[in-house]
Design a protein around this ligand. Structure first.
Ligand code: SF4
Length: 83
């Protein structure tokens, strides 16, 4: 079982298999559907400061944050829409 790691992304945890799988999914996404690099970094920075981030997952939507943030059409599900 993965340890609970509050305010950590998968990249920060010892969860290599999941992290690599997520990175492969992102790499396979059509480029026009992918968030540009700067926006991606800004989204992840918002998530790192958010209480809803737990073990790489958003407690509100249940998504892996690194995958959700990589999809350009996605938004933050928080009522305050952090991104
Ligand atoms: S609520 Fe928004 S900012 Fe917070 S972890 Fe989820 S996606 Fe990220």
């Amino acid at each position: 079982m993965m340890p609970v790691c509050k305010r950590c992304l998968l990249a920060d945890m010892d969860a290599d298999g999941v992290y690599q799988a997520i990175q492969r999914r992102i790499a396979q996404m059509p480029e026009e559907q992918r968030t540009d690099g700067e926006t991606y970094r800004q989204r992840l920075a918002c998530c790192r400061g958010c209480d809803a981030l737990v073990s790489g997952l958003c407690r509100i939507c249940g998504c892996f944050i690194e995958l959700r943030a990589a999809k350009a059409a996605m938004h933050c599900p928080h009522p305050d829409h952090f991104w």
